[in-house]
Ligand binder design. Sequence first.
Ligand code: ADP
Length: 258
Amino acid sequence: DLSAGRTPPPPEQVDGVKHIIAVGSGKGGVGKSTVSANLALALADLGLKVGILDADIYGPSQPKLMGSNGRPVAMNERLIPIAAHGVKVMSVGFLMEENRALVWRGPILAGALQQMLHDVAWAPLDVLIVDLPPGTGDVQITLTQKTPITGAVIVTTPQDVALIDARRAIDMFHQTETPVLGLVENMSTHICTSCGNEDDVFGHGGGEAEAKVQGIPFLGALPLTRVLRETSDSGTPIVRAMPDGPEALRFAEIAQKL
Ligand code: ADP
């Protein structure tokens, strides 16, 4: 029990940010960052002011995904987030040298996240998407205890090994009394680029079934497609690169449900 025997200090609001949505996963590589980026853009398309905080210390992907590299500058003792595709982006990646690992221990990592929340000029924002590291470590627990979050979105693939870990992530949010807004199943089915054939590489329906068991909303399924990967690698996520495509439509549906 993560909250046993401790009375955490009251959560501290982030100035000028109305809602914080944490995007988590049990495992790495399931598409958490891809979903965070596209969801942020889909929310911006609804007319909201959106930011992305890339807190994935072990593999910060937002600079590449959002095509934004550069060093944020400080003004009035706050870092100015980088503007990309109509949203504000801050990433631990901006503050790290490429190809260098961050060798910080848990408490320091958790402190870095607090700084990225409070010492960055986010305001005014309707929604701040926090792309969490995978799993249930110090960064996630500190965030849920120290910051009032509107809710968490869990990303998983339909595979059993991913679902087992997703269950742990959901349990962590339950234990820290963070509302779970729902589950997204990524890489749900592979759609072949040349023939359109659908193949359930990682199984099918596991995410939806798990959401039902856990009593949380199922937000939607995203296919495994070449264009999704290519657009992410090119620095223009699919919601911007192919706004009329089926993937963008799916992200728009998920954004509406939040
Ligand atoms: P995580 O944040 O969970 O580690 P990423 O979002 O970085 O995962 O995704 C891992 C890799 O898989 C990236 O190369 C990404 O472009 C690719 N990817 C993610 N989702 C899809 C998808 N639905 N179809 C194709 N490639 C995907």
